[in-house]
Structures are given as C-alpha cells and as structure tokens.
Design a protein around this ligand. Structure first.
Ligand code: SF4
Length: 574
C-alpha cells in the first residue's frame, strides 16, 4: 500500500475519533472499544495510542478531548530509549582498516568512518548535519510521536574512533548532547508532566509527511535554542542529573590503541559509561594484514585498563578476516578465536557484536577479492559460526548483534541477508543449540513468573575478579549487577581497597522516573537488592569502598542508595 494511502487512513481515523469523543464524552471502556472498532472499519492494523490522537488534534479540539484521553507518552519496552548519534565524516587516526568502508573521499563520498551513508543512523546524521544536538532533538521528537516516553536515554555515539577526534570536538559533542536532553526537558516537561501543547506548537504538529517548510522552521528553532545560554559541559551534566530526560548511559566506539588509560580517563570526564571496542580476532597476523594499527598485546592492555576504570565493555569481533597470506582464515581458527575470547581471562566481554567480514566497495579488501585471493564468509558459513558462538557464550555476556546494519545492496560480497539473526536462530533450533547469553534470558514484557532470587556467578578477568550477580525467576533474568574487585587503582577515586560496580541493569518496561508501577521489573526494589548484595560481597572480600561508574542521569538513583559523587564516579564507604 502506498505510504500516503496509509497516512490518509490514519487522518480519517483521527478525525472521526476526535469528533466522536467530543460529541459522546465517553468513559475509558467506551473509548477503547471505539478505537478498536474504528481501526478495523478504516483498515488500520495497529490501534494508535492516545497521545497520537492528541498530536493530530487541531485548535480547541486539544482541550476538548483532554478529559477523556491519556496525553502522556507510555513506556518503551526495554526500559530505556536508545539514541544513536553519528560523528562527523572522518578517517581513523591510523588511516583505514582494509575491510572498512566510508570515511573522507570514500567510494560512498564523505561519511563517518565504517559507515556507507545508507544506514538509517547515518542518514539521520546527514539530515541533521552530524550535529548531536539536532540528532537528539529529532530522536526524542520521534519517540514521543510514536507514543513512547524517552525519559531514560542510553546514547550511543557512532562512527570511527571517537577518542581520535580533536579533544575540542569530543568535548563539544558531549556538551551539546547533554544540552539537548536538558533543553528538550525544559521545553516540554513541567513538574515532571509532559506538556503536549508546547510540544505540538514547537514541532508544528499535526503536519503532512515530508512537509519541507515545517522541517525548515523546526530546524531553525532547534538551532536558535542550541546557541542560547552557553554553559560549560560540567554544568550541562549536572543539570541533566535532575532533568526530565536523563542520559543514563553514554557509549562510544574505539579501537584498542585508542582505548588505553589516558583515553579512558578523558572519556570518563565526558560522561561515558560503556566502550565498544573493535578487537576483531585474537591473531596478530590478521590484525597486521588488515592494517588494524594495533597488536593483540594492545587489545589485552586496553581491555584491562578500561575494565579497571569501571567501563562496561562491548567487543566487536569480525569472523572471516584474512590471515597471513591474505586468504580467509579457517572456520576452525574463527571458532578458536571466539573460544579464546571467553576462555581467556584477558578478554571475557560483557557484550558482543559479531560482524562477519563483508567485502565493501572502495576498500583494499575488495581488490584482494577481485584478484581472487580473498573470499568472504557466505551467509551459511557465518550462521554456522554464530551457532558455535551460541554454544559457548557464558551467562554474563550479551550478544548484541550478529551483523552490521549495512543494506546488502551496498556490499560487494559476503553475507547476503539482512535478517541473519533470524537465520541463525532457526539453524540453532534445528541443531538443538540454546544460547545462555543475557539476551536469550532477559525478561521481555514485564510479566514476572516465579519467585525472584539472587544468583551469583564469578570469574577472573584481566587480573581481577568479576561477580555477575543476577536477579532471576524461573531462569528469566530480571536484572543484574557487575561487580569487580580490581587488582590496581587507576583513578584517585578508586583506592586499593575499592570494589567497582561496572553496570546495574534492571529490566522491564520503563516507567517515568520515580513512579512505581505494579507487575514490572523496574522500580520493584530489584536494583536496591542487587546493589546490597554487591556491597556485601565487596565487604566480604575486604573492600571498604564501593565505586560506581554511573551514567550522569543515574546519579540521583545512586544518591538515594547513600552514594555521593567523587569525580566521575558515585562512591560509598562500605
Ligand atoms: S578502526 Fe574501525 S572505523 Fe577505523 S578504519 Fe578500522 S574498522 Fe574502520
């Protein structure tokens, strides 16, 4: 069905519903029934949320329907709204890895390194001039326009090697990110309540899809706001601690030789909590042949230093890379590399993104492919490997992705399905392989079955001891905390007798901060119980101080548990 036909139907739906609500003054039950009937009659598959009715109401209708419909956005399913922001087009400090597309003057033009310009996140970056302030406004508007509450945001900064950008750029990027959350909060939330009228007025809603004039007007308003009231990055961070939209986690992407202690300290200052680290595989010859610009020793050093600063670590691995002769390494070597990542205490990631190597236009690898030297993994070969990964992944790790979001039409050769995960899952089912990773066990829609209980798993990593403490019911994960007993002190706040909390995560649908809701995993006190368990384990091991790497927007939560701020961390005496 053409897009504007759908838009036409929705238009009719909203008009008829608004007219009916105004004339009937119905109760909640009648509205629910009418919404369903009308959607069926008009031919709309999904019954639109109440807030969308508001966004389509014009003039006096807004006030007329207010007593009858919910004007608040509702929760996001995962509990946290993810906002991906792109950095500006650039090259990496070492140049380019042989398989990596994009960058400056690339086959795809000027794009952020490793992106083609065709990914949804890059396209959003292009539309917003790679300005984090505009991208964030755009994403927050989108969340609300689909009826979801983005009050807790996890921001992921994508593109290239973030610490390799000039220091000033990095700081401005963080500054404008926090400013965007704060300004959006100030404009559209008053005393914790969402102001739908102000939102509609600012974004000039309702509007037709692709209304260029509206887009230009809104962009002008956003840019004017951006330059209003210049503060320091730290001031914006502090303002975000209590804002309606809080940034509870900030992720950046880097590579091992740009992920050492000095980089980690700077990233802490900017508010980062998670690092996506491109380690690719555990073979020095592959790293050299693909011009990674770092060695395996660098990888281990980076992992250890970032972990001892408290960062959550998400490794990017790339099966199917070339080996010493430029040909693809064997299936056995790829399996052994994945096994090493879990078996060796030098690695052991908290999360994992698996990106099977693909041949991309304009890369050095494409030349090797065309010369008949390199052959990438096929979809079937990549799937076999990922099923092997499912067999070995431990409970403390989450498999985040199994392929890039590059559309297959933009590639030369390699995995040729965009739904690889589905393909892998089917293959795993056929083979009777069940992953025990976090993603496979986490609670989805908030229904808790069975009696929740604490489970503690511990393991060695980078010379220290890790405790993965989870709240589980009927083998379903309701939340977890990552506790580390670091072997050394890399920051003045981390004394030799400190324990570190690298992550606290409680699942369930997001609820507006500070409000409780029956039957959901969040705000049921699980976070508090997990933290208490972590503190008692820390004490039992002779640690007298707990240091938490906390997202800026999560600091208030830790304050309520008796923590206070020390530099970038939240700390408490045990
Ligand atoms: S470090 Fe990452 S982004 Fe940079 S060139 Fe290599 S693969 Fe691309």
């Amino acid at each position: 069905m053409p897009k504007n036909a759908i838009a036409g139907k929705e238009q009719q739906y909203f008009q008829e519903l608004i007219a009916w609500v105004k004339s009937q003054k119905p109760d909640k039950g009648a509205i629910a029934k009418k919404k369903y009937q009308l959607a069926r009659t008009i031919g709309i598959k999904k019954v639109p949320k109440d807030i969308l009715v508001y966004l389509h109401a014009i003039g006096d209708d807004v006030e007329a329907i207010r007593p009858y419909l919910q004007s608040k956005p509702t929760r996001t399913i995962s509990g946290v709204a993810v906002v991906a922001t792109m950095t500006r087009p650039s090259m990496c400090p070492h140049g380019s890895c042989t398989f990596c597309p994009g960058g400056l003057n690339s086959y795809f033009g000027n794009t952020p390194k490793s992106y083609t310009g065709k990914e949804p996140s890059t396209m959003r970056g292009i539309r917003n001039d790679f300005d984090p302030y505009r991208i964030i406004f755009n994403r927050l508007e989108h969340y609300i326009a689909i009826g979801q509450s983005p009050d807790k945001v996890e921001q992921i900064v994508m593109g290239g090697t973030f610490p390799g950008f000039p220091k000033k750029y990095q700081e401005q990027y963080a500054y404008y990110s926090f400013k965007a959350y704060n300004d959006f909060s100030q404009l559209f939330f008053h005393d914790g309540e969402f102001d739908i009228a102000a939102f509609k007025e600012f974004f000039e809603l309702p509007a037709d899809v692709g209304d260029k004039r509206r887009e230009e007007n809104v962009t002008r308003k956003i840019l004017a706001l951006k330059e209003q009231e210049v503060k320091s990055m730290e001031e914006e961070q502090i303002a975000n601690e209590a804002a309606a939209i809080r940034c509870i986690g900030l992720t950046i992407e880097t590579k091992p030789d740009w992920g050492f202690l000095s980089h980690g300290l700077e990233l802490l200052r900017l508010g980062a909590t998670r690092i996506e680290l491109g380690i690719q595989n555990v073979y020095d010859e592959s790293l050299a042949v693909t011009h990674r610009g770092h060695t395996l020793a660098d990888t281990k050093k980076s992992i250890a230093e970032l972990r001892d600063l408290g960062f959550k670590l998400n490794f990017h691995v790339m099966p199917g890379l070339p080996g010493v002769d430029g040909r693809r390494i064997s299936h056995e070597m790829d399996v052994a590399s994945l096994r090493t990542i879990f078996d060796s205490p030098d690695f052991r990631p908290d999360m994992l993104k698996v990106y099977p190597c693909m041949v991309m236009p304009g890369t050095e690898l494409e030349k090797s492919y065309k010369a008949g030297v390199f052959t990438p993994l096929s979809t079937a070969e990549a799937a076999e490997l990922i099923v092997e990964l499912y067999r070995m992944v431990p409970e403390y790790c989450r498999i985040m992705r199994v392929q890039r979001d590059i559309p297959t039409y933009a590639t030369v050769s390699g995995v040729d399905r965009t739904n690889l995960r589905q393909y892998v899952d089917e293959l795993a089912r056929e083979k009777g392989v069940i992953s025990r990773d976090i993603r496979a066990r986490e609670i989805m829609a908030g229904e808790i079955l069975g009696e929740p209980a604490l489970v503690v798993r511990d393991y060695e990593a980078s010379g220290g001891r890790e405790f993965f403490i989870s709240m589980e019911a009927d083998d379903t994960l309701l939340g977890f905390v990552r506790l580390r007993l670091p072997p050394r002190s890399l920051h003045p706040a981390i004394t030799p007798s400190s324990a570190l909390i690298r992550e606290l995560h409680v699942y369930g649908q997001a609820v507006m901060i500070g409000k409780k809701e029956h039957g959901r995993a969040q705000h049921k006190g699980f976070g508090k119980r997990l933290m208490a368990k972590a503190e008692s384990i820390g004490k039992a091991h002779g640690r007298d101080k707990m240091v938490v790497i906390s997202g800026i927007g999560a600091r208030e939560y830790f304050r309520r548990l008796g923590y206070g701020r020390e530099g970038p961390y939240m700390v408490k005496a045990l």
